[in-house]
Design a protein around this ligand. Structure first.
Ligand code: SF4
Length: 311
């Protein structure tokens, strides 16, 4: 190796990306693991595993761009609202921009040929590489020896024999590698993306049908509590004290927040999704608050919480 290569690794916190980073690090490549986050997934798991493996994780917020593809994916969705091909492509495009701007030599992913028959076959990998503007610039350490030669190999920055020829869905080769690298906490394959969660996906689908231009604040609101779409409103009923506090933090100007006065019951937040009178908004919120309250007195008093002055 003539110079110390610099690699930008898409690091999800899964075992495959972790191994990919370690394989390169072992060969003296300067590795920067990078994790994207949006309204739908965070870097918490990646942060923990990066720390375990001795890496400092770089976190990139791509919430705005990601929200756009969630609303309007070019390549369809998975079983929920997850636009996985568009999402992966977006991550690679962004990684490519960072690579060029900050003079990294190549981008690394933990992809394994044939692990996902639809998105990780030879054709799909080539297509996505081309569309991301990274032809020949993506290094996949786990499968590199069964894939075409990359530009960093041609330049002598990395050598083919450092890498592996893993193919298919079996996890055995990766587990063997994890033992070799003495990884104690092996990350589970399940990701933390709520777009694959059926309950959340259904909520998001309903929101999208009613409000095509929903925003990040709407997404945050439907993440917890009991969620209802009634008349022209999005209504969230808290299920416990911590959700009550959360709702207060998530409220925006124009939202209605109701709380029971002197009887046990939930905090309720009502947000308009279409033009409608405030009286209707209050009626809808009160009805749900009373449905989920206990020991309701004959003349219940319900408070409308004013919007905090400091906001
Ligand atoms: S599961 Fe979520 S984070 Fe993962 S590729 Fe699909 S949309 Fe993106």
């Amino acid at each position: 190796m003539t110079k110390k290569a610099k690699a930008l690794v898409l690091f999800s916190g899964g075992l495959d990306s972790m191994l990919s980073a370690l394989i390169l690090k072992e060969r003296g490549v300067k590795v920067t693991p990078m994790c994207f986050f949006s309204h739908f997934f965070k870097c918490d798991k990646a942060h923990l595993f990066a720390k375990d493996a001795g890496f400092k994780l770089r976190k990139e917020d791509f919430s705005k761009e990601h929200l756009k593809i969630v609303k309007n994916p070019c390549f369809g969705r998975g079983s929920g609202m997850n636009p996985c091909i568009d999402c992966h492509l977006l991550m690679l495009k962004k990684a490519g921009q960072i690579m060029r701007k900050e003079e990294y030599d190549f981008v690394v992913t933990g992809e394994v040929l044939g692990q996902r028959p639809f998105s990780q076959n030879r054709r799909a990998l080539e297509l996505i590489e081309k569309r991301a503007g990274l032809k020949g610039m993506i290094v996949r350490p786990l499968s590199l020896r069964v894939l075409p030669e990359t530009i960093p190999e041609k330049k002598g920055l990395i050598q083919r024999e450092w890498f592996y020829d893993i193919k298919g869905r079996s996890r055995k080769p990766q587990l063997a590698l994890a033992r070799r690298f003495k990884i104690k906490n092996i990350p589970t394959p399940a990701g933390g993306c709520i777009l694959t969660d059926p309950v959340f996906s259904q909520r998001l689908k309903e929101l999208f049908e009613l409000k095509k231009n929903f925003n990040g604040s709407d997404v945050e609101l439907i993440k917890s509590g009991r969620v209802f779409f009634k008349n022209n409103f999005l209504i969230v009923v808290a299920r416990n004290e911590s959700e009550c506090k959360e709702l207060l933090k998530k409220r925006k100007r124009g939202d209605l927040v109701l709380e029971p006065h002197s009887f046990p019951g939930p905090t309720v937040l009502v947000r308009r999704i279409k033009k409608s009178p405030r009286s209707e908004m209050i009626d809808c919120g009160i009805k749900l608050l009373l449905d989920y309250a206990k020991n309701v007195p004959e003349d219940p008093v319900i408070e409308i919480l004013p919007f905090p002055k400091s906001c």
